[in-house]
Design a protein around this ligand. Sequence first.
Ligand code: NAG
Ligand code: NAG
Ligand code: NAG
Length: 276
Amino acid sequence: MWGRRAARGQCSLMMLLLALHAHPMIAGKMKIVEEPSTYGFNNQFMPQRNKLQPKMKPSPISGPSHLRRLDGKCFSFMESSYKYEFCPFHNVTQHEQSFRFNAYSGILGIWQEWAIENNTFVGMWMREGDSCGDKKRQTKVRLVCGRSNKLVCVLEPSTCIYSMMFETPLVCHPHSLLVYPTLPESLQRKWDDVEQSFYDALITEQGYNKLLKSLFEEAGYLKSASEIEKQNKSKVTKFDSLGQCQEHYEKLSKELNTLEDLLIHHGIPRERRVGV
Ligand SMILES: *[C@@H]1O[C@H](CO)[C@@H](O)[C@H](O)[C@H]1NC(C)=O
Ligand SMILES: *[C@@H]1O[C@H](CO)[C@@H](O)[C@H](O)[C@H]1NC(C)=O
Ligand SMILES: *[C@@H]1O[C@H](CO)[C@@H](O)[C@H](O)[C@H]1NC(C)=O
């Protein structure tokens, strides 16, 4: 198994270099995936494949247009007895390669948003995977230049947060991952203004970063806190008692009334809101 171990060592090293480059503080925490979790073994009579129930839909495809051609393709990587599968703009899954009837399969994340560093797309965040204690599994897939499209390594730098590296010739050009050229003109003008304000020392670096972050949210590259909250709220709520349910119902009715008033106020017929 020396070869496999060597490959894994190389993977950690590459990831470490990438991490060091970006965040010197995180690098120390890198840990190699050791044991697969035994999560999901309790229902032994269900074929595991059927258990891959995504908690949400993937975000719309966004970012550099030349990466759209990765949509609809999946790439896999074998490590020990596991097969990892990365479907860009869709999901990351893990499948135990075993003839056991209850072989483990799981979702390590659903496509959510871009990882942007230094105004450059560096990877895809796949979040809201299978539960892991009170958290959800999530995976950051780094995009690096390579000869062919290939998933090259998998690590678990901290519990249930996975880190993968995807090689592709699509990111070899030095400008291939810049954020600015992918933006609509209106957002480019906004960005220009932010640069100008920073240059004129009207805003601090912190303010500059904050403004750019909200610009990336506006472009749909990052999820805003309010979107994440909305995602939270849309989850089915469980009630322990009828009273709780009643309370929730009243709250929702009030909200609905407010929204209806708003529609009336703006002269929007109610039917129009369906299916937008
Ligand atoms: C992951 O994405 C692929 C590609 O779109 C899709 O075929 C597959 O059903 C998805 N898997 C899950 C568990 O959602
Ligand atoms: C950020 O990107 C610019 C060019 O886009 C580059 O010159 C600079 O070295 C990068 N900085 C870091 C910390 O990577
Ligand atoms: C979403 O819900 C989880 C728990 O279900 C909570 O820990 C988290 O803070 C919530 N996030 C937001 C943005 O409300």
